[in-house]
Write a protein that binds this ligand. Sequence first.
Ligand code: PCA
Length: 213
Amino acid sequence: MLQTLLTGFGAFGRVVSNPTERLVRHFEADPEAAKGHDLTCCVLPVSFQCAPDLLRAQIEIGGRGGRPFDVILMLGVASGSPHWRVERLGRNADAPLTDADGFTPPARAIVADAPNTLSVTLPTEPQFAAIAALGLPAAFSDTAGAYLCNHALFTTLHHLKTTGHPARAGFLHVPADEETFAPGITTAPQFPFAQHVAALHAVLAALRQQTQP
Ligand code: PCA
C-alpha cells in the first residue's frame, strides 16, 4: 500500500468552488476509491503564507501511523484550460498576483540560490496516458503558471530535495467543472465533475502501478 498525500486548493478569485477541493473531499469520503493508496487528503488555502507551511508540516507528519509518504499528488484548477495538464516543472518565480488572503507577493525568486526549475519526481507519462485513455483531453505542461500552484509545487519539490525525503511528487492541473464559476460569468471550457473523478481514479491507478515502494 502506498502512503499517498493528495492535495487540492480552496476558492480564489472567480473560482467560487474549486473542483480540486471537491475531488479531494470525494476521495477522502470513500477510502475504497483509490485502491492501493492509503490516502491522506488535504485542502490547502490559496495563501502564499499558509500553503507551503501546511504542506511541509503534513510531509513531516507523514501518512497513516506517521509512515513517510511515497507519493505526493497535488491538484489545482487551471480555470481557462481545455486540458488536464500534467505538470513537468516547478519554476522558481513568483509573480505579483494577489492570493485569497489579499496578499500580493513580489515578482522574484521563491527560494534564493535555488535552481530556476525543478522537475517533478512522479512519472508523468502514465498520468497523461491514463487520462487520454478515458477519451479526455490531456497535455504535458512545462509551466504550472506563476501563482499558488506553481509556488506550492516548487516549494514542495525544493523541500523534498533539500531534506532528502523519498516521496515522489507531481502536480495535475484540472480544467473547470460546472460549479467552478458563478453562473454565466465565463466561457471557459467546463467538464462534468464525474469526469474529474474518473480522471483522478485513472491517474491514481496508473501511479500505483508505477510507484510501488
Ligand atoms: N489554481 C491556482 C491556485 C489554486 C488553484 O486551484 C493556480 O493554478 O495557481
